[in-house]
Design a protein around this ligand. Structure first.
Ligand SMILES: [Zn+2]
Length: 345
């Protein structure tokens, strides 16, 4: 059994690791941004043409990030600010030895203009949302504590570095009573709900969410990572439901890193090509639904927080390929409206 000292040493080790990682990643990219001489040389060496458009240089509202208790939050927030992030929608991760609620509460109290606090993400919700979770969320919404409902995991394929579950996935059934209780309880509050599901079992899952989105036309749903869907699937969801918004986090990668190769194969393609150029059909989609799509880092585990600088800079280069008003809406304007948290307040 781990003693108090062991836990402390572990926590300190993780913090030191993250702090060093942030500094290293930051200094590396500062020297080799996409428009630096070295960045262009590297692009040429890789056979990729340099991206013609300059990166998006305006403010960023990180529409979705999460943390457990071990993050060196002051260093992480300083890094985000240094990269032009002006607001951050943040919720806690709660799972076995993880509980970020205290840290998120502390940060929301200390930086009320910077942090928009969401209801925590609870991992232990097999099959249906438990009442204890629903009660915590609704009480926090009623008191003004939570401005959105953080990611609820409905379907998630086992990831390469993650835990192994039965059937190779986590599965919470959106048709069981818990989801209805939660959504009925949120009626009239204007509080958006993040529901994470993945496209790998489209024929099973899309009909459930299609019906759910239709049943609650006044509820805003946020679809994290556009469900890792293909262009056609993402377009189908967004066209069918004006009350569905989405984050585009992680859609800059082809590989979702699912253990099950069949599931991996069923997930959608990246919205950029191997040279980080927006694919035309994805560019059209981002423009068409530009009032409901949001940039987010989805920083969550140490690994993603360490990559924060890199993620921001990669996306600035992608957003720079969009018309300026579209880039600004996705980078911050839509999140300002969704969370009712305008920049400058
Ligand atoms: Zn997610």
């Amino acid at each position: 059994m781990q003693n108090e000292f062991g836990r402390l040493a572990l926590a300190c080790g993780v913090r030191a690791f993250i702090a060093v990682g942030l500094i290293l990643v930051g200094s590396h990219l500062a020297q080799a941004g996409p428009h630096s001489g070295r960045g262009k040389a590297e692009a040429a060496a890789s056979g990729c043409p340099a991206i013609a458009a300059p990166p998006y240089a305006g403010p960023i509202f990180d529409a979705m990030a999460q943390t457990d208790q071990s993050l060196d939050a002051e260093a992480a927030l300083a890094t985000a600010r240094a990269e032009g992030v002006v607001k951050l929608a943040l919720f806690a991760r709660v799972h076995r030895h993880q509980d970020g609620r205290g840290l998120v509460d502390h940060l929301a109290a200390k930086y009320p203009d910077f942090i928009v606090r969401g209801a925590p993400k609870e991992w232990d919700m097999p099959r249906d949302l438990p009442s204890i979770y629903i009660d915590e969320v609704l009480a926090g919404v009623a008191s003004g504590h939570f401005r959105f409902v953080g990611e609820i995991i409905y379907t998630e394929g086992n990831k390469g570095e993650g835990e192994v579950t039965e059937g190779g996935e986590r599965y919470t059934d959106p048709t069981l009573p818990g989801t209805k209780h939660l959504l009925d309880g949120l009626a009239g509050t204007g509080i958006p709900v993040m529901m994470h599901w993945e496209a790998y079992s489209w024929a099973r899952d899309w009909p459930h969410f299609d019906r759910l989105y239709s049943a609650y036309p006044n509820q805003i749903f946020v679809l994290p990572h556009l469900a890792f869907a293909s262009h056609d699937q993402a377009a189908e969801v967004l066209a069918a439901h004006p009350n569905v918004w989405a984050t585009i986090s992680k859609k800059d990668k082809d590989n979702v890193n699912l253990v099950d190769e069949d599931k991996e194969e069923e997930t959608g393609e990246s919205l950029v090509d191997e040279c980080s150029q927006l694919k035309p059909e994805w560019r059209d989609l981002l423009v068409r639904y530009s009032t409901r799509l949001m940039f987010a880092t989805d920083a969550h585990k140490e690994r993603r927080w360490v990559q924060y600088v890199e993620i921001i800079r990669r996306w600035r280069a992608i957003l720079g390929q969009l018309p300026p008003d579209v880039a600004a809406a996705i980078a911050h304007g839509n999140a300002e409206r969704l969370y009712r948290s305008p920049i400058g307040n």
